[in-house]
Design a protein around this ligand. Structure first.
Ligand code: ATP
Length: 449
């Protein structure tokens, strides 16, 4: 973690610069829900794109899909969510605060819900009041499909994207005529009625997940598990996360979800301590067996090499976009002294930066407007860019540094004579002069290679 980043500074920067807003803020907000502003949506899309590129586009063994959020409710019976996707909840009888009992005892939250409080805490950590007995609370949001609100129309907002992949396993296998190992990747919304949302966008009630279910032959599962742990860890480093802030931790036996044979977490050193970014679980054949049983459908795979029907094992790398968003911001946040002033910089990887190029005329002088607009028109076709002519050039550089824009292009009075502009680099603040005719090539060299 950057020692300079605090959650308070981040929340303030995110609001001020249009990265993240509290949902329905003008009505006092709603706990656990957040809105992403003009720059936030760019960063979020860039994270998703970088993931999709690495796990789908650049591989020959993973395909994508996009399943519906609301599914047949039997899915949640088969997956175990209706019975076990619950956390123990306690209330303070005095101050009425609500807590997750397993968090009060300091137990590391297991990689799946369904864990009882390990030991009993009877006093409120805030006011010392008496706590209620723990009650199990199911985290799925319930709704009704169609006009009648009865038991037959109950449905749920998915608490994970994974099940949408398991139920489509046979469809995808047939449609793509693939052999194992085969991965199916998906990015989408998930909903959990968390008892204690918090730490900004770390724990939300609505969030985006990026999940892969990687189907393998039993017996090869451990080797593929290692493969994915390495792949995923390296992905974070490739996107610029500082090595000392990211680690892989193998979960202890007693932390494992009931279906998991083994699980690793990629963790980040957040201001509140090491916390999970992504879980990478060996889910065995649990899900496909359960769905075969509950649906009555054949979800086996015919192995041509051995002539056997098998139920594949599954390796599942599962990451939350919002948590990654927060981690990338914290990691990139920096402050430095420049000529007696504090410069705030987001040292975001260029692939993640919301704005790649800012086009800045030196002043609002009339003569500079046509060439500056012309340059912006050229740049816009290639990259997400911004035109800014308000205030001094120094202030505008700082504004771009603060949101991580890797390159600024400045149009000045010499441009009128020499048809050249200045490229200024965010981290080094170095400036080079390039002809407008070669600008796209010069920017491409810096942004794409
Ligand atoms: P935690 O222990 O933190 O509650 P989890 O182990 O239940 O998380 P998983 O079910 O493994 O989480 O979900 C996979 C990923 O989805 C997590 O690594 C995290 O990045 C993300 N995620 C899970 N719950 C939330 C949430 N409430 N808000 C934001 N992201 C979440």
């Amino acid at each position: 973690m950057s020692t300079k980043a605090t959650v308070e500074k981040l929340v303030s920067l995110c609001k001020r610069r249009g990265l993240v807003f509290q949902s329905s803020e003008i009505y006092g907000g709603i706990a656990g829900f957040w809105d992403y502003g003009p720059l936030g949506v760019e960063l979020k899309n860039n994270i998703k794109q970088a993931w999709w590129r690495a796990v789908v586009q650049e591989r020959d063994d993973v395909v994508g899909q996009d399943a519906a959020i609301v599914m047949n409710p039997t899915v949640w019976r088969a997956s175990g969510h209706l019975d076990t996707f619950a956390d123990p909840m306690v209330d303070c009888k005095e101050c009425k605060k609500r807590f997750r009992a397993d968090e009060l005892v300091g137990a590391a939250p297991a990689s799946a819900h369904g864990h009882e409080a390990a030991a009993k805490v009877t006093r409120c950590p805030e006011c010392g009041g008496e706590l209620t007995e723990p009650r199990m609370f199911n985290l799925m949001f319930k709704t009704y499909v169609g006009p009648v609100e009865d038991d037959a129309s109950v449905a749920y907002l998915r608490p994970e994207t994974a099940q949408g992949i398991f139920v489509n396993f046979a469809n995808v296998l047939t449609a793509t005529r693939r052999k194992l190992p085969l991965g199916i990747a998906q990015i989408g919304k998930a909903f959990r009625n968390e008892i204690t949302p918090g730490n900004f966008i770390f724990r939300d009630r609505e969030f985006d997940q990026m999940e892969i279910e990687y189907f393998v032959k039993p017996g090869t599962d451990e080797q593929w598990h290692q493969h994915w742990v390495e792949e995923r860890y390296n992905w974070y480093l490739r996107l610029g996360m500082q090595k000392e802030n990211v680690r892989v931790r193998q979960l202890d036996r007693d932390e494992l979800a009931h279906y998991a044979k083994d699980t690793y977490e990629v963790e980040y050193l957040f201001p509140m301590g090491w916390s999970e970014l992504e879980g990478i679980a060996n889910r065995t054949d649990f899900d496909l067996r359960r769905h075969a049983e509950f649906s009555g459908r054949d979800l086996e795979y015919f192995d041509e090499e051995t002539g056997e029907h098998i139920v594949p094992f599954v390796i599942e790398p599962s990451a939350g976009v919002d948590r990654l968003f927060m981690a990338f911001l914290i990691d990139a946040y920096d402050e430095e002294e420049v000529r007696g002033e504090t410069r705030v910089i987001l040292r975001l990887h260029k692939d993640l930066a919301p704005i790649k190029v800012a086009v800045l005329p030196l002043s609002r002088q009339e003569k500079l407007v046509p060439p500056a607009r012309e340059v912006w028109a050229i740049v816009r076709k290639h990259w997400m860019s911004q035109y800014d002519d308000a205030q001094s050039i120094g202030r505008r550089y700082r504004r771009q540094d603060e949101v991580g824009t890797p390159l600024c292009v400045t149009i000045d009075f010499d441009t009128l004579e020499d048809q050249a502009v200045t490229i200024r680099e965010r981290d080094s603040m170095e400036q080079v002069r390039v002809p407008i005719a070669g600008l796209v090539a010069a920017l491409r060299e810096r942004l794409e290679e």
